[in-house]
Each structure stands twice: as structure tokens, then as C-alpha cells.
Design a protein around this ligand. Sequence first.
Ligand code: HEC
Length: 405
Amino acid sequence: MCVKSTRPSRIRGLWSLALGLCSSVLLAESPLDRLTAIATDTPDTALRLDVLRGMEAALRGRNGITAPAGWNALESALAASPDAETRRLARNLGTAFGSPRALEALRNIASDGTAPTADRTAALDTLLRTRDAALVPLLQKLTAEPGVRATALRGLAGFDDAKTPAVLLAGFSQFNAAEQRDALNTLASRAAYARPLVEAVRGGKVPKAALTADLVRQLRSLKDATLAADLTQIWGVMKETSPDMSAEVERVKKLYWAGGSQPGDAPRGRVVFNQVCAQCHHLFDTGGNVGPDITGANRADLDYLLQNILFPNSVIPNEYLASTVETKDERVITGMIKSQDANGVTLQTANDMVTLPRSEIRKIEATAISMMPEGLIANLTEQQTRDLLYYLTRPGQVPLPVGTK
Ligand code: HEC
């Protein structure tokens, strides 16, 4: 049901809800003009906020919408408001309508080293949705600033720009572990970025161990013959499936118990977990949520752990199947499809939530493989494997080793 009346009911929650629900109809009928008129005319500031919020909810994630009549004057008035929320709404709506003033205000906030980090990040997120290539130099510059670095590093994956690989590789050694992973994911997102990355690994600027199994899989999905050959040289051949699962589980169990009655060291195991698992899994009190939280899983059972770590593809709940999406500007994204409609597709990747407009997508391929890659522990040393498994089977969190970043 869509609200037709020009005089909104004063039941504010319902009004916003109705606007949210009928967003597509709203666009087709363009009652944006009417809403803009209401927001302009009403002396009731609470109602005005409500109307603006409803418009924002209806237009979320959309850009390039023709500005409604009277928007320019309303935006000027709102931008001068003493209320920060009103100014924020003016910027976000202005951005959807392609208003140069709104875009400039957002760029100013994003660049402002004295503004709160949350505001800068929100401004960047909004700007990133406009997919304006003019944003690229700003994003490259912001990779030097710790507070907004992660957003900038992830955002750069959305643009094909020749300077990006050099910027990311130059800063790489100063990034923390999570930021390095963001940089690596961006570098692995298109063949033109991946070649300098592989060169950097070969030249020792990026440690070989940083190319974890999920990144290697992503790099292979770029289907570039030269890259594939380089990867085989650096990383070896990735075994896709093993003929005998139980033999492989037994082999690693024996390796584990070869470490004695206490085969591993839990704090060191936590470091390994942070390197190869934490980006996707929550365990105890920290970690990502690409995959399930494994705190409550059957961790004390070594067979369960090894079956899942060694053979993630043997049982995969549907919601964790990976898809690959190829964009018209040569980006390849591996992720789980979280939602899709006529306008676009939202994917959870290993390190980001990415929304792509349909118009930019060349191809979507469903795969039968898990978002959890195979071969995760293939490149660990025997002791690292023991430490990881020992940590995973502990009932509770342990401190990181002294001096760990
Ligand atoms: C790129 C993301 C990613 C990484 C990295 C990753 N996982 Fe997973 N993991 C998943 C996803 C997605 C699932 C669920 C689908 C499946 O079972 O394959 C999963 C499933 C699991 C499960 C089964 C959970 C259950 O509900 O029974 C375990 C255990 C597990 N992972 C452990 C690990 C460990 C240990 C590591 C590091 C060595 C790791 N994972 C690295 C994404 C990841």
C-alpha cells in the first residue's frame, strides 16, 4: 500500500514506514515533488525530519535520481540548519539527486582530519555509493590516515585506476593486519591490480604468507593465464579435493599428536587463527562474520574441526555458497549473495559488503563451493598447525603472546 494523500498522517512512525515500503512506486509516481513541498512548507520541524527520513529510506542506495522541484532551495535551507541530523539528511538526499553542493560537503567532511572518524567514514560510504571516479585521488590520499584507511582501501576496489596498486603497496608495511588484508583483497580484485601484487610477493615486499588460500582462490578466479602460472610458481598447486577424506584427517591428527601430550601453544595458536581464520569467523570475543560463529561449535572434537577445515566443500549450507560476479570494468568479486532486486546485488565478500548496480554487472556465476576456501592450513608449518588446533580446542579465550601487534 502506498500513501496517496498529500497531507501525511501525524502518526510519524507509520508515515516513514509507508514511505519505505512503497519506495519503488514512489519513484515511478514521483511524489518526491510533493514530499519536498511538504518539507519546505511545514513549520513543524519534527514532521519535516520525518519526511526527510522517509525520503532517505526510500532512496537508500540509489543515485542519479532527478532532483524534485524545489529541492535546490530546500537543500540550501536545510544545509544552514543548526541541527546536525537535518544537515546530514540534506547531504544524503542531495547526493542521491547529484547535487554538487552535497557532494562537496561530503568530500570536505571525509578529508577533514579534525572531524569525528565515524562522520568521515559515513561521508566516505555515501560518496562511494555515487561511484564517482573523481573520488579516487581522495581515497588514495586517505590510505595514509589510520582512522579512515580501511574504508578507503576497500572503496578503491570499486574503481579501475592505474595508480592504486602502487599506492597500496607503498603503504603496505605500515598497515595493521586487518588493513593489510583489506589492501590485499583490493589488489586481488582485478587482473591489472593483481600483477603488481604478485610482483611484490616475488620481490619480497609482501610476504608470501600474506597470500592466504582465499586470496589465492580469488586471484585464480581472475582467469588470467600469466597470473595463474605465477601463482603456481609461488604458491604451488592447490589441491581442489582429496580422494580420501578420512585418510587426510588421520594424517593431520597424527601430525598433531606427534607434538606430545600438550601438542601446541594456545597464545601462538591465536596468532595463527588471526592470520587465517578470524577475518571470517567469530571465536570467543572477536572476529568477522562471513562464516558462522564457531565459539559454540563442537570444537573439542578434533575430527569435527579437521573435517571442516580440510574439506569445507563437503557440506555447505546454501547461504554460504560463493558466487562470482564480474563487472563491466573488469572487477571480479567472490562473495555470498545477501540480497538482490531489479536495481542491484549485494554481496558479502571475505572483507566487505558490496552493493553493485545491475547496470555494472556483466556476469553472475553461482558456484558449488563454500566461501570457506580449501587449503587454509596447507602452507602452515607443522608447529603452526599444532598451535592452531590446540587453540581451537580450548574452552575459552587466551591472551596473545607478549609483543604481538
Ligand atoms: C573466507 C572466509 C573463511 C575463512 C578464511 C575461514 N572460514 Fe571457516 N567457514 C566459512 C564459511 C562461509 C563457513 C560455512 C560454510 C561451510 O561450512 O563451508 C565456514 C565453516 C567453518 C566451520 C564449520 C562451522 C559449523 O557451523 O559447523 C568451521 C569449524 C570452520 N569454518 C573453521 C575455520 C577455521 C579453523 C579457519 C581457519 C583455519 C576458517 N574456518 C577459515 C568461511 C571461512
